[in-house]
Write a protein that binds this ligand. Structure first.
Ligand SMILES: Cc1cc2nc3c(=O)[nH]c(=O)nc-3n(C[C@H](O)[C@H](O)[C@H](O)COP(=O)(O)OP(=O)(O)OC[C@H]3O[C@@H](n4cnc5c(N)ncnc54)[C@H](O)[C@@H]3O)c2cc1C
Length: 1023
């Protein structure tokens, strides 16, 4: 394994194709990035449908987005992308060859249903007499032995389970065959051997959840109301066994008291996994919040050992849960005692600080099961000659986190280590970046461009509006009377076709929509479903495929705006849907086709910030053949990493940094500007112009580039507490690290060193966790124990957040005698300088919560785990680039789950500490990810813009200039000669600010003209 920075060695006859193994969220993201940057992708999964575990989740923390709702547009993108071949229900047999040129053999299992012929209708399922447990619902409900994996499955094709089908067992039945209109059932289908040739491989086979039946003390499968967290996800889900009603399995009654037991199969040195599973604290908090939304009277308790809310937005989410009435977080080991025979309730026993042991009864107990390496890991490792680590996950190093032990094969997602969705998506893009670098000479060699039918001219045609109303499973239909809406919409003027769909965004519904547009000669389409933010492009695509201009489309959000906000009042919700549909139809009738412009782009990237993230991104782009400008405000490259000497797993950061700086400096495609400030920033995706003042002389230069990556890092918080700055014996953890590396004299007479955590983090001023400090404390404590084993080292902490495999080092530190003492936020430690018996000491006092006693520690040195704070320059930069910051002044991504390194502004990306505090390995992955996302733009010859933008009626414009002053995108300028406003359609984002302010009504926003909006207002009052 390399150090992750050398250029991939090109080998003869590279193939411009990649196999992505595993089509969970990680695999899907990697496939999309690669296919959109010029590579052919084979997306292979052993399951009959893509989606992995995320497809089973109800909603996702900390934004509570509905998992399927954010996944299904990705499914459709994969399905429709001509450069992605999905190979589902397939197992890997062998891999021969080398980086750049692999030959992969696969076996595709028989579904006994022809994938080409099956249209995904449920008729065969309805006729099948054999009921089997539904694995999608974690066996809490039944399906049939011919089944479609789940409602929005892609491919939407049935599959027969031969182990339960009567034909295979007894040569009987075959009820499904005659009822299939498409003659898709094929009981004689055989397994198929496939061979594909690819240049690179990405492994994304994800994880399995820990099986609690392996440890009898959990009572799982013995006590009927003890369930796993994944089962609870299905119970909460609208497509779950109880259609989203919160019920318990034993008697289908609504529970009044639910307990969560944390760390089931994680952080367990006896029979479970020793590492922390990284997501369970957060998903338990999410489940508490969602359960309380189902029933505000519910009593909940989470029994835990540290709450590891270490990610962006997590601490606030945790605080929100903590401050909800009826929610308790109890720091205690808990025993599951027994089931009460009459009620089937479960009795738990736990210790309460200060008042001994207590027993408590719950209606339902949820086991927060950990994440284990996938069952196929060992076999994959043997077949691919890729090593696994001691936990059975993919072996990698913290300085080359995406590489496996075999060149040309990369890993991402939970197969790398337990992680959440945003981290899985980030790693996936990062792995795609490495493949792009390896195969850059073959970019475009095997890809094709998607062709659409010619656009139909609808000018002059009377409106023929089609209305599609979505049930969203039961998300909408449970509250809204959808049939009434359908009947109502049929009577609206201009409407010629109305239908309802269980899931309008499922692949068959979208295909069907395109067919219906053609069959019914629709020239306007209204979809009443969920949010246009994620789904509008999906439906617009259906219009394009049917030959309609995509802007002849109007979308109504009847989920967030009707069924969710009016969930207690069916009448009100249904009436509101009718009103919104009536308004949308009124507007749709006036919609006009909108043009798109195609323009050429600059194939260079600008990276702002020359720390590890910026340099990795720069190299990743340069190694794909793109020119890069790297802007660093300091004199030298390196950023924060210049003060870090080793990672917790012992890698030498300074050596890595030296190599990285050298690789960047010697790369002919990278132009480095140090002591450089950005003076001006203008333009748009594909064509940005940045003015910089660089070097000691502050020479001003203009740089043209197509993409921008923000990698401006963060700063170490300088505290005023605990005598910092007043007493030289008080250091930050970074300062302590420097002292350790220098083998400072100070340690010679140091008998006791105390580290206090959460200094400046998780407080009212900075209510976020700085993520790295717990592991940083452990790392330094271990080093100290190594150089002076007899030194007493204490770590005073609130929650030890050594997530993932970092837990191993926490345990090792405890084993080596480091003492960990927990304190509460409202009873922080106290430090005073004292002199006793001629000895100068720092006296640290802290209350140990389980003992309830104040402890005194006399320390020689004190180190503080201080916060990581956003760079002081972020505000100015955010204004220059017109990109947002979050509440803590870190840069804000377009979508926390699905676009974790993209800004909402096209063509601008972020990585590293500028996004949020993180470790070096995470920064490297994110930097690669930003490069991958940027390459999806740079790999194109041209891009299109236009559509919903503003335009000026020159005859009416009075040339007052208000629009020019207001436009946040500098898209409107006043032509000096004609004194008329002009809109640059490429720059315009269609925000409508200029239109609202124009005193003469000369600027109109296409797709939102005054006439169209007025028609909606009139329709609103026309009920
Ligand atoms: C109860 C629970 C709740 C959670 N809630 C959240 C949440 O709210 N927010 C959040 O961010 N995260 C949450 N997570 C974590 C989240 O599920 C993961 O971060 C994410 O799904 C990981 O995606 P992945 O693609 O790496 O893996 P997976 O989703 O496991 O996908 C792996 C894919 O690989 C396929 N595969 C496996 N082996 C092979 C093979 N040999 N050949 C071919 N294909 C193979 C599988 O069939 C699967 O499709 C939760 C986890 C659990 C257990």
């Amino acid at each position: 394994m390399g150090n992750g920075i050398e250029a991939p060695v090109p080998v003869g006859g590279e193939v411009g194709a990649v196999m992505v193994l595993g089509a969970g969220i990680a695999g899907i993201q990697a496939a999309l990035d690669l296919a959109n940057s010029g590579f052919k992708v084979y997306l292979v999964d052993k399951a009959p449908a893509i989606g992995g575990k995320m497809a089973q989740l109800d909603k996702t923390f900390p934004t509570n987005d509905c998992s399927m709702c954010i996944l299904s547009p990705k499914f459709i993108e994969c399905e429709r992308n001509p450069n992605i071949s999905m190979i589902t229900y397939a197992e890997l047999d062998s891999v021969d060859g080398e980086a750049g040129n692999f030959k992969v053999s696969l076996t595709k299992k028989p579904r006994y249903v022809d994938e080409e012929l099956c249209k995904g209708c449920p008729t065969c399922v309805e006729y099948c007499p054999v009921k089997i447990p539904d694995a999608y619902n974690e066996n809490l409900s039944l399906t049939r032995c011919i089944y479609i994996p789940f409602p929005q499955a892609v491919p939407n094709v049935a599959v027969i389970d031969p182990t339960t089908c009567l034909f295979f067992l007894r040569n009987e039945c075959q009820a499904c065959r005659p009822v299939c209109k498409n003659k898709a059932i094929d009981f004689h289908q055989k397994e198929q051997k496939l061979v594909i040739e690819v240049g690179g491989i990405i492994l994304a086979p994800g994880y399995e959840t820990f099986k609690p039946q392996l440890q009898s003390e959990y009572g799982y499968q013995r006590l009927s109301n003890v369930i796993t967290s994944l089962e609870f996800e299905r119970i909460l889900s609208a497509s779950g066994p109880f259609r989203g009603d919160l019920k318990r399995p034993s008697d289908r009654k609504r529970p009044k008291r639910i307990a969560w037991v944390q760390c089931v199969g994680s952080r367990d040195t006896t029979a479970g996994n020793t590492y922390c599973s990284a997501v369970c604290c957060m998903y338990a908090i999410k489940q508490v919040i969602l359960s309380k939304e189902h029933d505000t009277e519910l009593e909940t308790a989470v029994f835990h050992n540290d709450i590891r809310a270490y990610g962006k937005g997590f601490e606030r989410y945790y605080e929100r849960a903590k401050n909800t009435p009826g929610v308790r977080f109890i720091w205690s080991k808990v025993s599951i005692l027994r089931e009460l025979p009459e009620t089937k309730n479960v009795v738990l026993r736990y210790r309460v600080n200060g008042s001994g042991v207590r027993e408590e009864e719950f209606d339902l107990v949820v086991l927060s099961v950990g994440l284990s390496s996938p069952a196929s890991a060992k076999q994959l490792s043997d077949t691919l000659s890729v090593e696994l680590d001691s936990h059975g996950f993919c072996q990698s190093s913290s300085l080359s986190p995406l590489e496996t032990t075999r060149a040309g094969i990369y890993a991402c997602g939970v197969f790398h280590a337990p992680m959440d969705i945003p981290d899985s998506v980030t790693m996936a893009s990062g792995a795609a970046s490495l493949c792009s670098q390896l195969l850059s000479s073959q970019r475009g060699a095997l890809t094709t461009k998607k062709e659409y039918p010619p656009e139909q001219d609808v000018t002059g045609e009377p409106p023929r509006v089609g209305v599609f109303v979505c049930h969203c499973g039961t998300n909408i239909a449970r509250v809204v009377d959808v049939s009434r809406v359908v009947r109502y919409a049929k009577k609206l003027d201009g409407v010629v076709h109305v239908e309802d769909n269980a899931f309008a965004c499922s692949i068959d519904s979208v295909n069907h929509m395109a067919e219906t547009i053609k069959d019914e000669r629709l020239n306007r389409v209204v979809v009443a479903a969920c949010t246009p933010r994620t789904h509008e492009p999906v439906f617009q695509q259906a219009l394009r495929e049917a030959g309609l201009n995509p802007y002849l489309f109007e979308m109504v959000n009847i989920r967030e705006q009707c069924s969710w906000v009016h969930m207690k009042d069916r009448q009100v919700a249904t009436r509101k849907v009718q009103d919104l549909v009536r308004m949308a139809v009124a507007k749709a009738k006036l919609l006009k086709p909108l043009p798109q412009l195609s323009y050429e782009i600059s194939h260079a990237g600008l990276i702002i910030g020359g720390g590890i993230s910026g340099m990795v991104s720069a190299l990743a782009l340069a190694q794909q053949g793109f020119r890069v400008y790297l802007i660093e405000q300091a004199k030298d490259l390196g950023g924060m990493a210049r003060r870090i000497y080793h990672t917790v797993d012992g890698r030498n950061v300074q050596l890595y940094l030296q190599d990285l700086v050298e690789a960047v400096s010697q790369n002919p495609l990278i132009q480095v500007y140090t002591e450089a400030d950005i003076v001006d920033f203008a333009g748009y995706v594909g064509n940005f112009i940045t003015k910089i003042a660089a070097g000691p002389e502050k020479m001003v230069q203009e740089l043209a580039h197509g993409v921008t990556v923000v990698a401006t890092g963060a700063e170490e918080f300088k505290p005023t507490e605990y005598l910092y700055g007043k007493d030289p014996r008080v250091l930050t953890l970074l300062e302590l690290e420097t002292e350790i590396v220098r083998n400072s004299e100070r340690f010679r007479d140091c008998h006791c060193l105390v580290i206090i955590q959460c200094v400046g983090s998780r407080d009212s001023q900075r209510p976020y966790c700085s993520r790295v400090c717990c592991s940083q404390a452990v790392k330094n404590a271990l080093k100290l124990k190594q150089i002076k084993p007899e030194m007493e080292v204490y770590i005073l902490y609130r929650d030890m957040r050594t997530y993932g495999f970092r837990e191993d080092y926490y345990r090792e530190a405890a084993e080596r005698g480091v003492k960990f003492i927990r304190f509460d936020a409202d009873d922080k430690p106290n430090v005073e300088a004292v002199q006793e018996d001629g000895r100068d000491m720092l006296r640290v006092s802290v209350t140990e919560p389980s003992l309830g006693q104040r402890l005194m520690i006399d320390a020689d040195l004190l180190a503080l785990g201080v916060a990581t704070v956003a760079s002081s320059g972020n505000r100015e930069l955010s204004q220059l680039l017109k990109v947002p910051l979050n509440e803590d002044d870190f840069f804000m991504e377009a979508h926390m789950k699905l676009r974790p390194v993209d800004f909402a502004t096209d063509g601008i990306f972020m990585c590293g500490l500028a996004h949020y505090p993180k470790f070096i390995d995470e920064s490297i992955s994110q930097a690669q990810a930003a490069a991958s996302r940027a390459a999806t733009i740079l790999a194109q010859e041209s891009i299109s813009a236009g559509g919903v933008v503003c335009s000026v009626n020159e005859e009416v414009c009075s040339g007052c200039g208000i629009c020019e002053a207001l436009c946040p995108y500098r898209a409107v300028t006043l032509d000096e000669a004609s004194r008329v406003a002009k809109v640059n359609e490429v720059l315009c984002k269609g925000c409508g600010m200029c239109c609202a302010a124009c005193p003469s009504g000369a600027i109109q926003q296409r797709g939102f003209t005054t006439g169209q909006i007025s028609s909606m207002v009139e329709a609103a009052f026309a009920a």
